[in-house]
Design a protein around this ligand. Structure first.
Ligand code: ZN
Length: 242
């Protein structure tokens, strides 16, 4: 083979690899699309309803405070819990469930669920389901992948098991500048909210004191704008019928 041919073939391989990498990256991070099954970043509705969701935990440091803030406003939220944290703190998981909130599955170990074996991925989901049941949860268990990442097998598995993947359309405390101030978190949320929005907050961490402080403000301002905060399952039921 002459040098020119080798050059062209090498270029094609590099190009194909680049396309593969870009496609894989986009697919694993997409909030609105996956190859199999349903992925919900927001519910299509004209009603002024939204869902507040909290990721990670539970833990003894912050669970009680979040529950107190929600209770003071009479709001039920959805908590996507990590299996190994439920194992460490079953009392806090029970507390969330007994307070009438929805709990969802956020994997067992919170490792990214990409480039892993099928058996690893299914055990991450199933172990956490079992822990949520042990903690007394009886409703359908929604799923949210850690860091929102998924590729092929995870969506396939979830579809086979008739599970809905819940993403989000608003994550105010994921932007460094906004996360640094409770007021900014509240303002960002109120400015960007739409009917059917799924709002993600990370108030379960010591480093997220501003997110915790923002909870009452978010709820009050949303309510003042006529919004009702519901669990994700309730929000799904509020979808407009086509
Ligand atoms: Zn998480």
């Amino acid at each position: 083979m002459n040098k020119k041919k080798i050059g062209i073939i090498s270029l094609c391989i590099v190009l194909l690899l680049a396309i593969y990498c870009v496609t894989t990256y986009k697919l694993m991070n997409s909030r609105t699309y996956q190859v199999f099954g349903e992925l919900v970043p927001r519910v299509e509705t004209t009603k002024k309803v939204v869902a507040l969701t909290f990721d990670d935990g539970p833990n003894p440091e912050h669970t009680g405070e979040i529950l107190k803030e929600l209770d003071a406003k009479g709001v039920k939220a959805t908590f996507f819990l990590i299996g190994q944290e439920i194992e460490k703190h079953p009392g806090e998981a029970k507390q969330i469930i007994q307070a009438g909130h929805e709990v969802g599955n956020h994997s067992y170990s919170h490792n990214r669920m990409i480039f892993k074996s099928p058996s690893y991925l299914s055990s991450e989901v199933e172990k956490t389901d079992a822990l949520l049941r042990d903690a007394g949860y009886q409703g359908d268990i929604l799923f949210r992948p850690p860091n929102g990442k998924k590729l092929l097998y995870l969506p396939y598995y979830l579809k086979q098991h008739d599970r809905t993947t819940i993403m989000w359309d608003l994550e105010p405390d994921s932007y460094e500048d906004i996360a640094s101030s409770a007021d900014k978190i509240v303002d960002y949320t109120v400015q960007h909210v739409r009917p059917g929005s799924i709002i993600l907050l990370h108030a379960m961490y010591d480093s997220r004191g501003e997110s915790m402080k923002a909870i009452p403000g978010i709820i009050s301002k949303l309510q003042a704008e006529g919004y009702e905060c519901k669990t994700v399952s309730e929000l799904l039921k509020a979808a407009d019928r086509p």
